[in-house]
Write a protein that binds this ligand. Structure first.
Ligand code: HGY
Ligand code: MN
Ligand code: MN
Length: 404
């Protein structure tokens, strides 16, 4: 089946009428529907589907013929989205992997080693706050107890929600045996930028993933009545938080190539006629050099403390997740370039499960052209022809890696 056809099957799952685009959060109805779709598609392809200890779905084709060579070749991506996300971030990689399996079958490829298509949970961290939660747990990059205790906006823990979806949460955590069985992981993903559009090419090979982290700031002041509190008598944390948002941009502009964003800010209690008592806001900061990111965040912390004090408020800043810049396995990257001669090599400012797994297994990525260059938005796009070109490129790479 074509990539376009596969994506069309889930085009109405998790549409967000308020934000536009899609909101598909781990273990919510939409994501559970996508899990069912994935399982059905895999079983249609005679693939054996399992859920790993962290909630990732793995669809397996075991090696055929005599002894199965060790070192499974794994491909796939994620099904969850950011709030109001596009149709391709995540699902394109999963659909392209399924379409690549169809191409391997059509070509009569007989893999000499196991092949798996994987869908990692909570890549965006949109529900429990930590990006790539499923792959971080697999790779031992987050403490299982911390993961179990992560809470969503309603205060429900990952443990409660995952258990309600059938996961045995007592066993979430590193899975070294599963990692040891992987010879290579290749993730195809929509490009979240204009590199391929500007080069007028359909597919690229990735070189690196920009280091990035998330920090939570809590500004506290004095909640009060909007009508009975004179301006001189206020300690308004929302005013301080607004100044912090502007300071984040000011600080980031001092560091070449840095990116820093406050995309989420929540006043408490959040009433129109209420001076907030507290404001929670989250900083997303990224730079190729981890030391620069650390310096940038230290600057933000200092400025936030000054700005909060000026409003008679206090502020705390706590790291929620961090992953340093990842350079993909050079030998695997070059092997992909051997299969895809002339393919551009692009870095990405976006995080991926591949960036997490790279610490444990040889990992590579392919990007499919996005003519808008926009992502984490309903305006993210992939032309049908490019979607198919991506699947063909992935099938070519898998054929090579499977030692067929
Ligand atoms: O935030 C990111 O870069 C990725 O989309 N999770
Ligand atoms: Mn994303
Ligand atoms: Mn993604």
């Amino acid at each position: 089946m074509s990539v376009t056809g596969l994506l069309a099957e889930v085009a109405d799952v998790g549409r967000d009428a308020t934000r536009g685009g899609y909101s598909r959060f781990v273990y919510d109805h939409a994501e559970l529907t996508l899990r069912e779709w994935f399982t059905e598609q895999a079983e249609r392809r005679s693939m054996e589907v399992e859920t790993d200890r962290n909630g990732a779905l793995w669809a397996w084709r075991h090696g055929s013929g005599g002894s199965v060579a060790p070192g499974a070749v794994v491909t796939g991506s994620h099904l969850d989205s950011v709030p109001g996300g596009g149709a391709y971030d995540g699902p394109l990689g999963v659909a392209s992997a399924l379409a690549a399996v169809d191409l391997l079958d059509a070509r009569g490829v007989r893999p000499a080693r196991p092949l798996a298509v994987v869908a990692f949970p909570e890549e965006e961290g949109a529900r429990f706050g930590v990006a790539c939660l499923g792959s971080r747990l697999l790779a031992g990059a987050i403490d299982p107890d911390r993961a179990r205790g992560l809470r969503d906006a309603e205060g429900r823990t990952f443990a409660e929600v995952a258990a309600a979806a059938g996961l045995d949460v007592a066993h979430v955590g590193p899975d070294p045996a599963r990692l040891a069985g992987i010879g290579a992981f290749v993730e195809l993903h929509v490009e979240q930028g204009r590199g391929l559009a500007d080069l007028d090419r359909p597919v690229a090979v990735a070189s690196s993933v920009l280091g990035h982290g998330r920090w939570r700031l809590v500004v506290e002041g004095e909640g009060n009545h909007a009508g009975t509190t004179l301006m001189a008598d206020r300690r308004d944390p929302l005013v301080a938080a607004a100044a912090v948002v502007l300071a984040v941009r000011e600080v980031a502009r001092r560091y070449d190539d840095a990116r820093a964003t406050v995309g989420r800010l929540q006043p408490v209690p959040g009433g129109t006629n209420v001076i907030a008592s507290r404001v929670d806001l989250w900083l997303d900061a990224r730079h190729p050099d981890d030391a620069v990111t650390a310096a940038l965040v230290a600057d933000v912390r200092r400025r936030a403390q000054e700005l909060a004090a000026a409003e008679g408020c206090t502020v705390s800043l706590v790291e929620e997740s961090y992953g340093g810049t990842v350079h993909f396995d050079a030998a695997l990257r070059d092997r992909l370039l051997g299969v895809l001669p002339g393919a551009p090599v692009l870095a990405t400012g976006a995080g991926h499960d591949a960036g997490v797994l790279a610490s444990a297994v040889p990992t590579a990525m392919l990007f499919t052209r996005n003519p808008t260059g926009v992502s984490h938005s309903p305006h993210e796009h992939v032309e049908d022809a490019d979607a198919e070109a991506g699947a063909v490129a992935l099938a070519d790479v898998l054929t090579d890696l499977l030692g067929a």
